[in-house]
Design a protein around this ligand. Structure first.
Ligand code: UT7
Length: 334
């Protein structure tokens, strides 16, 4: 069995900054409400006419990650792409990356686990490396939410939260068994699928039906029972972090850097206080980008690393919770 280690990181967000005040011109909302309930000050939304999509932004982040790893596109053996906002219903974004980066005909898969997408993607890549099947796996998380949000007062409970962006890393084989991904822990509970969902278009409710339906049909916009999701998130975050630490005979005091999925600053702060982490033991950037779903952890990890907040041998904990419900953690010795 081999260990896997992150050897290159990259991120990309669109230039277009959308402030809370700008949102208040589109819908009945305000900066105070958004900041108080979520911590978000602004987010990036792809501007009209831009070429950016989940795959395009993912490719931009991936190029940086491959470069930082000191590799070339020809060194990559496999692509894992996490998104809930793919360019096409099918095929997935992973195969687009193979083409956009002009890579050899390597395998590519998409992971559809929403806010936990990056955790699932990293864990999947880790298994391929552990078994010896692949040496260098490109892992991407990217989302283009903004074109699919209900930007009227009706959708304000969801649309103010989400932002666009992408992050990527190269996960590589290491001979050092004490370094890299120590373990990953994945969970799901499908009975709560309808608490955070985009229902259509589905084969049951396809586009012609949607076109004929009335304005009451909001099934193609994301729906979230925010309070219900929040209550489950704080419990599951805590559980899955403890599960990961216990599996490695570690405890919360051992955490050097905790990077939570950026769902809500209040959720991150709840977990921070529960585990008695100081401000320099957690990294949040939801204030600048909102919730970028499968991209949020990898964008935050990239930023934290580039700011020098993660050092050699640090214990880095990643954790996420979201639609499905799905949740998970990855414990890394950097
Ligand atoms: O990343 C995937 C996982 N996602 C999460 O973990 C998100 C979890 N949930 C949350 O973060 C929070 O529940 C929200 C931020 C989504 C909402 O905060 P909340 O404190 O749970 O608010 P609420 O939904 O209970 O709404 C409170 C009030 C309502 O008005 P009434 O019924 O009290 O009159 C809403 O209509 O706030 C109103 N409201 C807004 N007001 C201004 C909802 N959205 C907005 C808005 N601006 N954008």
């Amino acid at each position: 069995m081999y260990n896997s280690k992150i050897i290159g990181l990259g991120s990309y967000v669109p230039d277009n900054v959308v402030t809370n005040d700008e949102l208040s011109k589109m819908m009945d909302t305000n900066d105070e409400w958004i900041q108080e309930r979520t911590g978000i000050k602004e987010r990036r939304w792809v501007s009209k006419g831009s070429e950016d999509t989940s795959a395009v932004m993912g490719a931009k982040a991936a190029k940086i990650a491959i470069d930082k790893a000191g590799l070339t596109k020809d060194d990559i053996d496999f692509i894992v792409f996490a998104t809930l906002s793919p360019d096409y219903y099918f095929p997935g974004c992973g195969v687009q990356i193979q083409d956009m980066l002009d890579m050899p005909t390597i395998g590519a898969i998409d992971i559809r686990n929403q806010c936990s997408g990056f955790i699932y993607a990293l864990s999947t890549a880790d298994q391929f490396i552990k078994t010896g099947m692949y040496k260098n796996v490109l892992v991407i998380g990217a989302e283009y939410h903004s074109n699919g949000l209900d930007k009227t007062t009706r959708g304000r409970g969801v649309s103010v939260i989400f932002g666009d962006g992408a992050g990527a890393c190269v996960l590589s084989r290491t001979e050092d068994n004490n370094k890299g991904i120590l373990s990953s822990h994945l969970h799901s509970q499908g009975k709560h699928a309808d608490k955070l969902i985009v229902k259509s278009p589905s084969i049951k409710h396809w586009v012609p039906e949607i076109l004929e339906s009335t304005e009451e049909d909001t099934s193609y916009y994301p729906f979230m029972d925010g309070t219900f999701v929040f209550k489950h998130a704080v419990v599951r975050f805590s559980e899955v972090i403890m599960e990961g630490l216990a599996a490695n005979n570690l405890n919360p005091n051992d955490i050097d850097m905790f990077i939570p999925h950026q769902a809500n600053l209040r959720i991150s702060q709840f977990v921070q206080h529960k585990f008695k982490l100081k401000d320099d033991q957690i990294y949040n950037n939801i204030m600048k980008y909102g919730n970028t779903t499968a991209a949020s952890i990898i964008i935050a990890l990239t930023e934290a690393f580039e700011k020098g907040k993660i050092k050699d041998n640090d214990l880095v904990v990643l954790a996420a919770f979201g639609s499905g419900f799905t949740w998970g953690s990855v414990i890394i010795r950097w």
